[in-house]
Design a protein around this ligand. Structure first.
Ligand code: ADP
Length: 454
């Protein structure tokens, strides 16, 4: 394949016609006016301290399986999963993550499928990636020696008001998404860094952005409004909601395996490091606990969740804290970590006898139970309560405490089923179905990517 001057040297990537954004999927962005684009101001050097090397893989091989790569870039990690580009519903080719990037202790970790992979020595013998750029280069070099890479799908936390689907990334689209960085400062810059890097180094590589906010565009306006002067809604201040790729994953699994549930009133509790709940009716988001930013709602690993807005001016006036210090406290020093003073990891808190750990766990549960009441009110009832995310999928204790808190709604636990992490753990007498469904945000992204390149 001969590439025109100035284009990517990446080999093995099939050329595609550009896929234009779907109508209404990313058309102008009111937040772009509200918040000046930050294009160029994000410190890319944090990621790509050395000039990014061209991704070179030697000679392209024939008959490689076509693959889609899904990337979820966080502050110190780069999670990835390779899917079959012919059918993203098939088992993942392999998945894993580079962890501890930028911390001095970077490591590759791989999913189970990797053990059977004949090329595992590729990473074991390779040097540990120092930063995101190295991790990405290693990953792509490996990918292109094994697969014919059709496209990369990225998780993007914030898509703003106009993103009601996934979209092919262009430099113009990237600028629009960058304007949303202040709304999700913990995630958005990290999500975007590999996209920008690949746009520069491999401009013909098809990249698809999938947004956590998109699922919630169906919320009725009344559930998106804050009680601020209405002009601010017009300027883009509204409840966007997040974790949409996870909620979409649950709804997709229900449509496939349990279609009778779709017409019911569902509350999905995504309980991970970040955590939120969503009221879903007919497969659509009706209301959710996160709002303008992913700091809203219940308390999380390090995020405070909702706080009285009056706390911010109080801290500034009475305690001389500036905005950066408050921002840091709300996003990185609060939640389970801030209350317990021990850890943001639920496993540590459940294993601790420290009084502060117990307070943190209790507050986490109490906030969830209160939000379930609120979300049930927004739908006029609840038929199924679905747990997902690292805590929701793995912690019988938290599920039990939440279910007990919902006894007034008729929730009744089957203790043995709950302890055994069974998919259904409600008692036959329970007024609502209690169930657990593992989420796969990666597969949701693969599905969108497949749809847009097909
Ligand atoms: P992220 O939001 O980063 O994707 P995860 O969904 O992986 O996070 O969830 C991470 C959380 O799940 C951590 O707080 C971790 O302690 C918790 N977790 C994982 N396994 C268990 C378990 N067996 N019991 C309790 N909590 C668990």
């Amino acid at each position: 394949m001969k590439l025109p001057a100035g284009s990517s040297s990446v080999v093995g990537i099939r050329e595609k016609q550009p896929v234009l954004p779907q109508k209404g999927s990313f058309v102008g962005n009111p937040l772009a006016q509200l918040i000046p684009p930050l294009s160029g101001s994000f410190p890319m050097s944090q990621y790509f301290s050395e000039t990014p090397s061209e991704i070179s893989t030697g000679s392209p091989k024939q008959n490689f399986p076509p693959a889609l790569l899904v990337l979820n870039a966080g502050s110190s990690s780069l999670k990835f999963a390779f899917f079959d580009a012919k059918n993203p519903e098939r088992p993942i080719f392999f998945s894993g993550q580079a962890q501890g990037l930028g911390t001095g202790h970077p490591v590759w970790e791989f999913g189970k499928s990797f053990q059977a992979n004949p090329d595992s020595s590729y990473f074991e013998n390779g040097t540990s990636p120092k930063n995101h750029g190295e991790a990405l280069s290693q990953l792509l070099a490996y990918a292109l020696s094994r697969f014919s890479l059709e496209a990369i799908g990225h998780r993007i936390v914030h898509g703003g008001r106009e993103s009601n689907g996934a979209v092919r990334v262009t430099p113009a689209i990237l600028e629009l998404i960058e304007a949303l960085i202040p709304l999700a400062p913990l995630h958005q810059p990290h999500n975007l860094a590999p996209i920008r890097h690949l746009l520069q180094t491999s401009p013909r590589l098809v990249q698809i952005a999938c947004f956590d906010t998109a699922f919630h565009r169906t919320q009725p306006m009344v559930n998106r409004l804050y009680g601020l002067p209405l002009e601010w809604y017009e300027k883009g201040i509204e409840r966007y909601g997040f974790h949409g790729l996870s909620y979409e994953s649950i709804v997709h699994q229900l449509e496939k395996n349990s279609p009778e549930s779709i017409a019911k009133k569902l509350i999905i509790a995504h309980l991970g490091n970040g955590a939120s709940l969503c009221a879903v009716e007919h497969g659509k988001s009706i209301a959710t606990t996160m709002g303008f930013t992913p700091a809203d709602g219940i308390l999380m690993g390090t995020r405070s969740g909702s706080i009285d807005p009056g706390i911010v001016p109080f801290l500034m006036r009475k305690h001389g804290m500036d905005l950066d210090a408050i921002d840091k406290m709300i996003h990185r020093e609060s939640g389970l970590l801030g209350i317990s003073g021990i850890s943001q990891d639920m496993r540590d808190l459940l294993g601790s006898n420290a009084p502060r750990a117990k307070i943190a766990v209790t507050l986490f549960v109490v906030r969830i139970v209160r939000e379930i009441g609120s979300l049930a009110a927004s739908m006029g009832g609840v038929d199924e309560l679905i747990f997902t995310g690292g805590i929701g999928e793995n912690s019988p204790v938290i599920r039990r405490l939440v279910a007990e808190g919902c006894a007034w709604l008729g929730a009744k636990l089957d203790h043995a089923a709950n302890e055994a992490n069974e998919p259904f753990f409600g008692d036959a007498q329970s007024a609502m179905v209690l169930r657990c469904i593992p989420t796969s945000e990666e597969r949701t992204i693969a599905r969108h990517t497949f749809r847009l390149i097909s």
